[in-house]
Design a protein. Structure first.
Length: 251
């Protein structure tokens, strides 16, 4: 903790996929702990799902925090680079990444269109790769920091069959586990974070294939926010190279 009593005072966070759901909740929690937050997503104007980068950034600033809405398509390298550059220009650097942008597809493999398979890989894996690649030099320049990829407990649920979403998230976990070793000399913590249960975000409601979730299996998004704050405060001398489940991490 800093002298101001806030865990992330003076830090800069880039949150990809922050216009709604888990990303928006995490962005607000990081800002409440003192971080300046780049609210990054494609949603510049209201669409089929509620929430935009501007509404989330406005909510943060109205609460006394610092936020910058930045348009970012995580599947487009030039878009990612421009978003990160805008963040560095506004806030002076990047200390924290939350790679949360994702798409959901839970259909069985034999009925999955190729474009849906490719979209899951493009957003949930290549998107993580691109935002991570873009921020690493800036986090290194700050003397260390924290990278967090948001994944899912579905990765381990092999008795539930196969789908593009779980496959893409499993690959992202492998990416981050290896990256933790690569970046340890740079004092950068690298961790994965998933809900312990199901967070019923707008994206889940839209893409959950009508799956019924019993009440005891539903987790509030605030549990993910508390866990993200804890991981965001780490460097390579703390928690790194792990796959964390939100409620287990924060008790």
């Amino acid at each position: 903790m800093t002298d101001g009593g806030r865990a992330l005072e003076g830090r800069v966070a880039f949150v990809a996929g922050a216009s709604r759901g888990i990303g928006a909740t995490v962005a607000k929690a990081l800002a409440a702990e003192g971080a300046s937050v780049a609210v990054a997503a494609r949603s510049e104007s209201a669409g089929r799902l509620p929430g935009t980068i501007h509404s989330v950034a406005d909510s943060i600033t109205e609460s006394g925090g610092r936020a910058l809405p930045v348009s970012c398509d995580v599947t487009d390298e030039s878009s990612v680079q421009a978003a990160v550059a805008a963040t560095v220009s506004q806030f002076g650097g990047v200390d924290i990444l939350v790679a949360n942008a994702g798409v959901l597809w839970l259909g069985p493999i034999e009925s999955t269109p190729l474009k849906r398979w490719q979209l899951c890989l493009d957003v949930n894996l290549t998107g993580v790769f691109l935002v991570t690649k873009a921020v690493i030099p800036h986090v290194r320049a700050r003397g260390g920091g924290s990278l967090i990829a948001v994944t899912t407990t579905g990765v381990t649920m092999t008795d539930q069959g196969a789908n593009a979403y779980w496959v893409s998230k499993a690959a992202a976990e492998r990416l981050y586990l290896g990256l933790a070793a690569d970046l340890r000399p740079d004092n950068i913590a690298v961790n994965c974070l998933s809900p312990s249960r199901v967070v019923l975000t707008e994206g889940w409601e839209a893409g959950g294939a009508g799956m019924e979730i019993p009440p005891e299996m539903i987790e509030p998004p605030e549990a993910m926010a508390r866990a993200a704050v804890l991981l965001a405060a780490q460097d390579a001398g703390g928690v790194t190279g792990t796959i964390q489940r939100s409620e287990e991490l924060v008790g």
